[in-house]
Write a protein that binds this ligand. Structure first.
Ligand code: PEP
Length: 262
């Protein structure tokens, strides 16, 4: 991975209003200490991003946009651009399965968004993962191959080190269905192999790859222990500050243990 640091992201989806988000942040900042080995990223709704960006201690938490439009400005009613998010967020999601499947975002949208985030100094987090149907047809590898080829088509091997890939099997998101660590390990290996094919061995080793899909405090360290997993995306269990803080604390303890063993 890109160093020893683990990244833990809380995806709040369309939850928490302005007041609730502010209270949550206050609560979480009392529960989580600043650690050099764990970076905590919060992805609230776009409505609360600006206000949280003024309250947040960036040494403690970073912010991510859950979505944005790839053009920088213009007549696109209802949209927010990466250039408008510049200075407010450090990360931006691209192609979360809920965007792909509920809002029908296309591969062209993904690659334009990756380029827009990079152009605006925001780290893109490109989500990839297979549906239940694709998994049952043994198509996971092909799906990852196609999503990576397409999502990363506009970027150079110099830029790829500044991109994060989040592997989230669609069937595991918000369902309580857990992917087996063996399956996750195979998918992460396939992702790095495809990055190597596209950009070279050095980039494949350096790129940050996360896992997400019904991760809880009980399962988080099993996923973090998988070779090649650099962090986690937490949906439902990030909505409770205490539960989320448990995952962050375990990530810290896990990496501390790994260092002692290593
Ligand atoms: C997500 O939405 O990215 C996610 C991982 O959700 P959950 O943890 O609820 O499966």
């Amino acid at each position: 991975m890109a160093g020893d640091k683990k990244i833990i992201i809380g995806n709040w989806k369309m939850n928490l209003n302005l007041h609730e988000a502010s209270l949550y942040l206050h609560k979480l900042s009392n529960l989580i200490q600043i650690r050099r080995d764990v970076e905590v990223v919060l992805a609230p709704t776009v409505l609360t991003l600006q206000s949280l960006s003024l309250q947040v201690n960036l040494r403690q938490f970073k912010l991510a946009a859950q979505n944005f439009y790839w053009r920088d400005h213009g007549s696109y009613t209802g949209e927010v651009s990466a250039s408008q998010l510049r200075g407010i967020v450090q990360y931006a999601f691209i192609g979360h399965s809920e965007r792909r499947h509920i809002f029908n975002e296309t591969e062209k949208d993904m690659r334009n968004k990756v380029a827009a985030a990079i152009r605006n100094g925001i780290c893109p987090i490109l989500f990839v993962g297979e549906t239940a149907w694709e998994k049952s047809n043994n198509e996971t590898r092909d799906v990852l191959h196609d999503q990576l080829n397409s999502g990363l088509a506009n970027i150079t091997s110099h830029e790829v080190k500044d991109i994060i890939i989040a592997y989230e099997p669609v069937w595991a998101i918000g369902t309580g269905h857990n992917a087996s660590p063996t399956d996750v390990a195979l998918a992460i290996k396939a992702i790095r192999a495809q990055i190597e094919h596209l950009f070279g061995e050095r980039q494949a080793k350096a790129i940050t790859v996360l896992y997400g899909g019904s991760v809880t405090p009980d399962s988080s360290n099993d996923y973090l222990a998988i070779d090649g997993v650099d962090g986690l995306v937490i949906g439902i269990d990030s909505l409770n500050a205490f539960t989320f803080s448990e995952i962050v604390k375990k990530a810290h303890k896990g990496s501390a243990l790994a260092k002692i063993r290593g």
